[in-house]
Ligand binder design. Structure first.
Ligand SMILES: [Zn+2]
Length: 426
């Protein structure tokens, strides 16, 4: 965990016009200058004039199924959109991450990247029905992350239509594998490639609706599957053979007594327990899935040690009649999202706060687990922000999106992008 995270008040409000330091005044000046440009006003006007088209685009992308590990169709769709928008160097990598560049005047400057995850939580068999009803849009994934993908394309289109010249190049990314057991595999892969590791200076992740948060603190999580195995047998004739379910119960009992601090907030959950085949059989296996979360890597490490210790003690039984009756236990890591924070004096945080002050938008710094965890854990500047508008029912088939206020979200993303890249005088 980055030091200083505790001192920073969690959910600190950003009130426009609050006392500013000299450096944030500089960020404010940069943002104010960008906001004055005629071409930027033209881009803002483009957002308003194309509100209906953006809704159509959002319905279109949401209708393309993108289950975990099944994002290919949507990835291909995004690639063709990038081509239509005239981005350069468009390509897909072997996982299905899609890239397109809008070149700036300074070819040597690190890229400012905007990303939106392509995947949804919905399994392939989910029927995806999208519809417009009144002013709202409905469909599984319409907001998370139909709205983020739409914002990515809207910003690229508005930049093109208003011919804004910027200094650093903008890298647009549609990435796979953000949700659940996707375990941030898309973003992880991107930052494992030296090409991107060396060229991306800062990243803003566009995820879901809203304009009121700045996710600048990455919530770390680790997930485990624990399996206890034994020979199994008949409940009557093999009585005495060690029972994996009983051992798992002992493990759960021991592990759940682990003390966790409230600051940094650290949690654990046993979410799934499975085992056994019939009431009169000694089971051959029992399994559980455990989720641990913390802002602190040390706390995640401590919980992992506690879990492994509980597994060792809870499964060490000598109740069997023969040596081969002993139980075996295995702990498998099924998810690992690193915890890391954006330093409070980072340029990216100053700029997004200055953008919010400029737009009279109030926002709060929050902690969450997003694609930004990966660059943050590598010491890169990254945040996750919403795409504007509002949404609800995330991760359910009743998900909705209300485009009212999308405008503000798009302006926010555009001002952030141009202020990070630098603009040429008109
Ligand atoms: Zn999302």
């Amino acid at each position: 965990m980055a030091l200083g995270a505790e001192q920073r008040s969690f959910g600190e409000a950003v009130s426009p016009g609050a006392a500013e330091t000299r450096t944030s005044r500089t960020a404010q000046q940069i943002v104010a200058r960008v906001a004055e440009l005629r071409s930027v006003h033209a881009a803002f006007a483009w957002f308003r004039a194309h509100a209906r088209e953006l809704e159509d685009l959002q319905l279109e992308v949401t209708a393309i199924p993108a289950p975990p590990w099944g994002e290919a169709a949507r990835s291909h769709w995004l690639k063709t959109r990038f081509e239509a928008l005239g981005l350069s160097d468009i390509h897909q990598d072997e996982l299905g991450n899609v890239f397109g560049i809008r070149p700036g005047s300074d070819a040597k400057a690190p890229y400012f990247a905007l990303s939106a995850h392509l995947d949804t939580v919905f399994p392939a068999e989910t029927s995806i029905v999208v519809l417009r009803e009144g002013s709202k849009l409905y469909g599984p994934g319409i907001s998370d992350n139909g709205s983020g993908i739409t914002a990515l394309l809207a910003v690229a289109a508005a930049l093109r239509e208003s011919s804004i010249a910027h200094s650093a190049s903008i890298l647009f990314i549609g990435n796979v594998g953000e949700e659940g057991e996707g375990n941030l595999r898309g973003m992880r892969h991107i930052f494992e490639q030296s090409r991107w590791l060396e060229s991306i200076g800062a990243l803003a992740v566009l995820d879901g609706a809203g304009t009121d948060t700045i996710i600048a603190e990455g919530l770390g999580s680790r997930r485990y599957e624990v399996t206890v195995r034994g020979p199994g047998g008949h409940s009557w004739s093999d009585f005495g053979i060690p029972n994996p379910i009983v051992a798992l119960a002992r493990i759960i009992d021991r592990f759940s007594q682990t003390m966790v601090p409230s600051a940094p907030k650290t949690t654990f959950n046993i979410g799934i327990v499975q085992g056994g085949t019939s009431v009169n059989s000694i089971p051959q296996s029992a399994t559980m899935r455990v989720d641990t979360r913390s802002a602190s890597v040390e706390q995640l490490d401590r919980l992992e040690r506690a879990l492994r210790e509980a597994v060792k003690e809870g499964s060490a039984v000598t109740g069997g009649r023969k040596k081969q009756d002993a139980l075996t236990a295995a702990v498998q890591v099924i998810g690992d999202r690193p915890a890391a924070d954006l330093p409070s004096d980072s340029h990216l945080l100053k700029v997004i706060r200055a953008v919010d002050a400029q737009l009279n938008n109030s926002s709060r710094v929050q902690r969450a687990s997003t694609d930004a965890n990966i660059p943050l854990s590598l010491g890169r500047e990254a945040i996750a922000i919403g795409a504007g508008g509002s949404g609800g029912g995330a991760h359910t088939v009743n998900e909705w999106y209300d485009p009212a206020g999308r405008d503000l979200g798009l302006k926010r993303i555009l001002l952030l992008t141009l202020s990070m890249c630098g603009v040429s005088e008109e």
